[in-house]
Structure formats: C-alpha cells, structure tokens
Design a binder for this molecule. Structure first.
Ligand SMILES: Cc1ncc(COP(=O)(O)O)c(C=O)c1O
Length: 447
C-alpha cells in the first residue's frame, strides 16, 4: 500500500480528534443552526450502531406508524420507529408525523413535493432570502431548481423584521399559490400565521411552517404555536434548538379529507420518491431528545430566549447596532447584528473565529441579496451556551469578550485565552440526562 494513502487515513483520524477537542472543548459555539446533544442522547446514538446499518423501506399509515416494510428482520425496528413517532406526536400535540427525513432540507423537499402533487399547483409564497428564508424555499435553491416551483415573495417589513400581513394577504389572494410557507433561518420574531393561514386556505393553499430553527423553542412553549395558529404542516431539522441527532421531521394532523390527501402525497414523496435508507440509527436518540424536551424543554426554551435578549441589549447598549431593538431584539434563540461600521460581517466573523467565538456572517434584510460573501451582519444563536448553563452574567461577560474583538480593543489571540477559560467553566450540559441509565432510572420511577 502506498505511504500516501496511509498518511491520508492517519490524517483523517487525527484531524477528527483535533476537531472534537477544538469545537467540543475550546470554542464558544454561537452558530444559530447548530444544536447541542446531552450526554444521554450522544450515548444513545453510540448504542444504536446495528440500527445504523439497516434498511426499513416501506409505507406508513395516517398515524405515522409503520404499515408495510419490504425487508425481513424488522421486528424491533418497526417498534423503534413507532416509539420515536409517538414521542414526537405527543411532544408537539399532533396526530401524524414522519421521522424518516434525514435533514431539514429533506423535510422541505418531501413537504413541498407532496403538497404540490396534492394541489397540482406549483406556486409557493415564501419570504425573500434576505429576510430570512432558507435556500430550500427559494427559486435559486431546492424550491425552484429541484422542484420547479414558482416562488413568489411575501411582503416584508424591514422595520418590524417580519412579514407584512396585510400586503402578503393581497399577494396570496392575487397569486393563488398551492403552498404558503412561513419560518426561516434568520428568524427573530413569530410570523403572522394567525392573520394569514385562513387567507391561504381559502385560496386552496396548504400552510407550511419551517421550524428548522425554532422547533425546540416550540416544544418548550415559546416563540409561537404553529398548529394553534393554523399551520397545516411543520417541517424541521431535529438538531438546532431541538437538541437531537442530525435529521429531519414533518408533523401534521390527519383526519379530514383535505389533510389526508396531502399527507398521503407527502408520504409518497418520502418513500419511494426520496429515501431508501432512512438513517435509522438516529431514531432512539431522537426519541430521547423528545423526552428531554418534554421534561426540561420549557425551562430550556425560556432561558434560551432570555439569553438572546440579554445579549441583544448588552451589545446594543455598548454601541453595536442590533436589529429589532423596538421589539426587544428577539423572541427566539438568535439575534442579528449589523457590523458594517466595524468592518463588515466577513471580517468580524473571521476575527471572532480567531478568538474561538464561532458564529456566522449573515445577510441582513436591507442588504443586497447577492452580496453573500461580505454581508453587513452577524447571526448569533444562544441555544448551545444556554444548554451549558449560561445565565445573564455569563452572557454579559461573553458579550464583553465579543465587543473587545468587534471594536478592536484587544487582539483576537489575547481574547481567545479568556474564551477558553470561560468555556472550561461550563463543562456540564444541562436540561437533559447524563446517561441512558439515568434516563431509564427516571422513567422507571413512573412506569
Ligand atoms: C429554515 C431552515 N430550513 C431548512 C434548513 C435545512 O436544514 P438541514 O440543515 O437540516 O438540511 C435550514 C438550515 O439551517 C434552515 O435554516
């Protein structure tokens, strides 16, 4: 065997170990789209290694349960999928879900495809990209380029950082889409679903809520109540504020003819259209994360939002432009900050990276949509540090370190020492179980 090949393999193993130490132990992680699993959820993943090798192709029923499977050897796998399904249904108060999606992108793919098959209408109203929509919603991404949907933008109110309900109602009425989508990646304020769901349904559209970012907050009763406000489908990732393994989920309520028709088409879009293996090894960990949110999700969600608001206030009062000031900066886990006066999003995100503070540059609603390489803003998420136990004082101290870098008061390398020290004070992960056995002991007290 050539030495070069062996070097590659060794490099891969050692670099992976380096990564685990760097991002897992030495950085403060503020990427708004990344979650933090508890030790129990991580352990559950590592205990599901056989499952991780298996296939479970087939159809599900209108309760989301396994109906038919095409391979043998499924007796426990079927139960596992049904347990994960029922835990998610209970957590979100709905009667149908599909947990076979391997990502939020996959969940959007199957939801949009299924609904457009049901309605035979390929128009979708969504937020513009610069106002927080995800690339999967856009004509330039999955919706347009893969699914061939014609996308029409909601009217957006930059001042409110939100969809303009009145103007969007007119757009929906005049364009008569098959899908009206809410939710997004830059997502500080609840979208006006109450105001628009009825309008959308009256035109024959289905209402989709992309909760990729805020699923964990919704489970904890924060942000908004999509089903209560009139949403037909929730599509989401399971690894952002929902602190599970990387994956996707779709949730809805079956029962009437309209919803059954669309759910059947969405199921068809999942299998056979877009899955073969469904990454089954993540399902026990997904269910365990759902249990953790059932028990601790309310406190976790409340503290996450509080921490984001504390950071918004702290940065704003120190002279940095944080968006949404008049509405308290945010009602979610994230804030958006305009750092154009300090060198722009690219430069500041890169300087903060040198200080081991990891976040991302982001387009702001008033930016040129095409200037993705150097937008004005930063997006900062607080779900990771919250799970590590950060409270008001810790957030304020973290903001002071961020401000040192943003304002160029200290060199990033100098700030990094304080960041690593801060990180070392928060080794424990809260709002969850330390081990699978701890979770079992807890459950056995009751069953
Ligand atoms: C609103 C939204 N939808 C969908 C996705 C895609 O999710 P995933 O990364 O799980 O494919 C993202 C990713 O960040 C997102 O922000």
């Amino acid at each position: 065997m050539k030495e070069d090949f062996l070097k590659l393999a060794l490099g891969l193993i050692e670099t992976s170990e380096d990564h685990e130490r760097y991002r897992g132990e030495e950085c403060i992680n503020l990427i708004a789209s990344e979650g933090l699993k508890s030790p129990a959820v991580k352990e559950m993943l590592s205990l599901s290694q056989d499952l991780e090798s298996r296939y479970a192709e087939g159809e599900n029923d209108l309760e989301g349960h396994v109906k038919t499977r095409h391979y043998q050897g499924q007796k426990y796998m079927t139960q596992i999928e049904n347990y994960a399904t029922d835990l998610m249904k209970d957590l979100f108060g709905c009667n149908w879900t599909d947990v076979r999606l391997v990502s939020g992108t996959h969940a959007n793919l199957a939801t949009f495809k299924g609904i457009s098959l049901a309605t035979k209408n390929n128009r979708m109203v969504v937020s513009p990209l610069s106002a927080g929509a995800h690339i999967t919603h856009d004509y330039s991404g999955l919706a347009g380029r893969v699914l061939g949907l014609e996308t029409i933008n909601h009217a957006y109110d930059i001042d409110e950082l939100n969809i303009d309900a009145e103007k969007s109602a007119t757009i929906i009425n005049s364009t008569r889409p098959g899908i009206v989508t809410f939710g997004g990646s830059l997502f500080q304020f609840p979208h006006p679903i109450k105001e628009l769901a009825k309008v959308a349904k009256e035109t024959g559209a289905y209402v989709v809520y992309d909760a990729a970012h805020v699923l964990g907050l919704i489970a904890g009763g924060e942000f908004q109540d999509p089903f209560g406000e009139g949403v037909d489908f929730i599509s989401a990732s399971t690894h952002k504020t929902f602190p599970g393994p990387q994956g996707g989920v779709i949730l809805a309520n079956s029962g009437d003819e309209r919803m059954n028709k669309a759910i059947k088409k969405v199921q068809h879009a999942i299998f056979p259209l877009t899955t073969s293996n469904t990454h089954l090894g993540r399902l026990p960990a997904l269910g365990l994360a759902a249990l953790e949110l059932k028990l601790y999700g309310k406190d976790l969600a409340k503290q996450t939002v509080k921490n984001a608001q504390t950071a918004g206030k702290c940065l704003f009062e120190s002279g940095v432009k944080v968006l949404g000031e008049k509405n308290g900066f945010t009602k979610s886990h994230q804030i958006a900050v305009d750092v154009r006066d300090h060198g722009g999003g690219r430069k500041i995100a890169s300087n903060l990276e040198k200080a081991n503070v990891i976040l991302n540059k982001n387009l702001l609603p008033y930016d040129n949509q095409h200037n993705r390489k150097d937008p004005s803003g930063l997006r900062i998420g607080f779900q990771d540090v919250t799970r590590r136990g950060f409270k008001k004082g810790d957030i304020e101290y973290l903001c002071s370190l961020i401000l040192d870098v943003v304002k160029g008061k200290r060199k990033p390398a100098e700030v990094r020492k304080d960041v690593i020290k801060l990180r070392q004070n928060f080794k424990e992960i809260r709002y969850g179980f330390h081990s699978v056995n701890e979770a079992k002991d807890h459950l056995r007290k009751y069953v």
